[in-house]
Design a binder for this molecule. Structure first.
Ligand code: MTE
Length: 313
């Protein structure tokens, strides 16, 4: 793959942030209220998935109500299809997710390939309502169906050398037009430290709103790590490897100064181009304060005891 200087690439959220900034500046001059470019406010069409979709819960543990199904399924980041958030759902609707296998290997005692059906039968999905905070400062409250990643790792048994888990998305440019864009280094890759991967909050999700994931949300299986920015939540996973060295994530490789390996939600550490202090919950108009570790600090802050979280962003 040809090497592209990261400075030549302008991911949509960087481009958008500049555009929003310009629009915001204009709106301020004009003295009118500007609605953020992120989704909400009737711009999203109803889709079939949501007609019979139903979660068991209505809110998260802090009392935040669920984001509407139609919003979760029609406003997406999935660069394998397009950089347009509302374009992902229509472009991915015929994406083939069956049959699907995930191969787990590397530094494990029992490497194995599973079908998604095998995983779902072995580890029955449970509903987990989690906040999702995107690095672009929008957020949602999502009723996932999934199972702890730890259940799977315990089965393949990481060896004592394994320090990190590396995840890879399917490579299929015939189905995913965005993968023909050679300015990105496909396939999408993400990683976690082994203790993060084993944490009880970390799940592999196979559904939302009581139904199997639709393609735009990462079908048939994706990662969910609720205290981290959304770009860690790698979609349509086909490969998981236990490794010794810290994996280089898709975004970290493109712009290492802006997207770190840890990507823990942290209102005190700004992105180089914007503040992370507040966020806009999709479907709501006013911004709310972003919580350290996305509100999961009691459970996960201990993983980073003694670490400088500004340096390890
Ligand atoms: N996974 C893959 N393979 N490709 C992507 O472009 N985008 C990430 C993450 N997982 C992405 C991905 C980003 S930036 C975010 S915010 C979330 O998916 C968005 O998940 P959602 O579309 O289900 O809300």
């Amino acid at each position: 793959m040809e090497k592209i200087d990261p400075s030549e690439i302008t991911p949509e959220h960087l481009y958008l942030s500049r555009r929003e900034f310009m629009a915001g500046a204009g709106a301020l001059v004009a003295g009118v209220l500007l609605l953020p470019a992120c989704k909400g406010g009737g711009q999203v069409a109803q889709n079939d998935f949501c007609t019979d979709a139903k979660a068991q819960s209505t809110a998260d543990e802090l009392g935040n109500k669920l984001t509407a199904c139609k919003d979760i399924t029609s406003y997406n980041n999935y660069y394998e299809f397009t950089t347009s958030k509302t374009g992902v759902a229509p472009l991915s609707k015929n994406f083939k997710t069956e049959p699907w296998t995930i191969t787990i290997g590397g530094l494990v005692d029992h490497p194995r390939t599973y079908t998604v059906e095998e995983l779902v039968n072995k580890f029955p999905p449970e509903e987990r309502v989690y906040r999702l905070r995107c690095v672009e400062t929008w957020s949602m409250v999502v009723p996932w169906l999934g199972f702890p990643l730890a259940s799977l790792l315990n089965e393949v048994r990481p060896t004592s050398k394994a320090k990190f888990v590396r995840f890879e998305t399917i490579m299929d440019p015939a189905q995913m037009p965005g993968q023909k864009d050679r300015s990105y280094d496909w396939p999408y890759v993400e990683g976690l430290r082994l203790d993060e991967a084993m944490h009880r909050l970390t799940i592999l999700a196979t559904g939302i709103y009581g139904k199997p994931l639709p393609p735009q949300d990462g079908a048939p299986i994706r990662l969910v790590v609720p205290w981290k920015y959304g770009f860690k939540y790698i979609k349509s996973i086909v490969k998981i490897d236990l490794v010794e060295e810290m994996p280089v994530s898709f975004w970290t490789k493109i712009i290492p100064s802006e997207y770190g390996f840890y990507a823990n939600v942290n209102p005190a550490v700004s992105h180089p181009r914007w503040s992370q202090a507040t966020e806009r919950r999709i479907g709501e108009l006013t911004r709310i304060n972003t919580l350290p570790f996305n509100g999961y600090a009691d459970e996960v802050a201990g993983l980073y005891a003694g670490m400088d979280l500004k340096e390890n962003f």
